[in-house]
Ligand binder design. Structure first.
Ligand SMILES: [Zn+2]
Length: 360
């Protein structure tokens, strides 16, 4: 679908039923095509990309730039394949996201060990974490898997208990590519009549990037703002001391302040009124903050107990697999952290378990 002359919304398939596709965007240029996001690196996604490009008169070798919104596999997963097909293509993302990839994703064994202890600290029974570990459900792997090789098991994209699910049991082929260009917030990339400004929007991930196309007043929103579902915002083991939900709310206000004709998200469909959608997402999290605070009850509670008491769109917490539980606990913690910053809850850590109580 052509959004404005020379800018096309493409589709590449996801790996599960929850969200059927990713929407990369193709920008025509003088000497080839540039993409904002690409999709998974799976054979069906690569095939879809190849035929989408062919429909525009391009081959994969014509890809000149690949802008990446964030490091989740449905956005960055195809980057390795793109680099193979078009070695001179510039992979472009925020430096902050590349830093997070190195901190979080390149040593999965270390991260998984950290995360296992963290799950227990936040109330999961150690036996349950150990059983999941023994079953290989949390086993680490090397992220440097070439596309087309056997899919590797990886802890992956944290599940998304309320929206994206964990297709394929967390197995996906994948490779990380060091970006050729590492942007800072506000940097502008100009080529062939396009003028793209990087907009740092932490929350969904620490270095998530939206891009504002200033000539046409279009905002590429990645997963930061989606038209129907609300993006997963979680506090994870490597993010203690940060407040992803505060970041996310600030980032919603940040993009809402731009003069935007239309917003182009990575899933679902085009957003006509970005400002209104940001307002709805802010209210959604206000309601969720109240719900999480109410779920604490009279006794000090762990994040796991609170997660058992709040409502999830995908069913009761106790029915979740370990990935979804980790994601759900992370999401509950993102809300608890913001409530704590606001003085509305407080935490203690007796016997190595973090417990929350209402305050204020
Ligand atoms: Zn996504």
């Amino acid at each position: 679908m052509e959004i404005v002359p020379g800018l096309f919304q493409l589709k590449t398939p996801m790996m599960g039923p929850a969200l059927p596709y990713v929407m990369p965007y193709a920008l025509r240029g003088a000497d080839g095509v540039s993409l904002f996001d690409a999709g998974f690196g799976t054979p069906p996604a690569v095939e879809a990309m190849t035929s989408e490009l062919a429909g525009l008169g391009y081959e994969p070798k014509d890809i000149r730039r690949l802008f990446i919104s964030h490091a989740h596999p449905d956005h960055i997963g195809m980057a390795g394949w793109v680099k193979e097909q078009s070695p001179d293509c510039q992979v472009i993302m925020l430096e902050r996201e590349w830093q997070w990839i190195q901190d979080r994703w390149l040593d999965n064994a270390a991260w998984t060990a950290l995360s296992d202890g963290w799950l227990v600290r936040h109330g999961l029974p150690p036996e349950e974490v150990e059983a999941a570990q023994a079953a290989g459900a949390l086993s680490p792997n090397s992220p440097a898997v070439k596309p087309g090789d056997a899919p590797a098991s990886r802890p992956g994209d944290e599940g998304k208990p309320r929206n994206e699910g964990r297709p394929n049991g967390g197995r996906m082929p994948f490779t990380y590519v060091e970006p050729d260009v590492k942007l800072q917030d506000g940097d502008v990339v100009e080529f062939d009549g396009w003028r793209l400004q990087a907009v740092w929007t932490p929350g969904h991930t620490p270095g998530h990037m939206c891009m504002y196309e200033t000539n046409h007043r279009l905002m590429f929103t990645g997963d930061h703002v989606l038209p129907y579902i609300s993006p997963n915002v979680s506090l994870h083991a490597d993010q203690e001391g940060t407040s992803p939900l505060r970041d996310f709310r600030d980032s919603l206000q940040k993009v809402a302040a731009f003069d935007v004709a239309a917003a182009l998200p990575a899933h679902e469909f085009t957003i006509a009124d970005l400002r209104e959608r940001c307002e709805i997402l802010l209210h959604h999290h206000d309601d969720r903050l109240e719900e999480v605070r109410a779920a604490i009850g009279e006794e000090p509670s762990s994040a796991r107990s609170i997660s058992q008491r709040v409502k999830w769109n995908t069913g009761p917490f106790d029915d979740f697999n370990i990935f979804m539980k980790r994601s759900a606990v992370g999401e509950t913690l993102a809300h608890l952290r913001l409530l704590e910053d606001e003085g509305r809850v407080s935490s203690t850590e007796p016997d190595g378990r973090v417990l929350w109580q209402r305050a204020g």
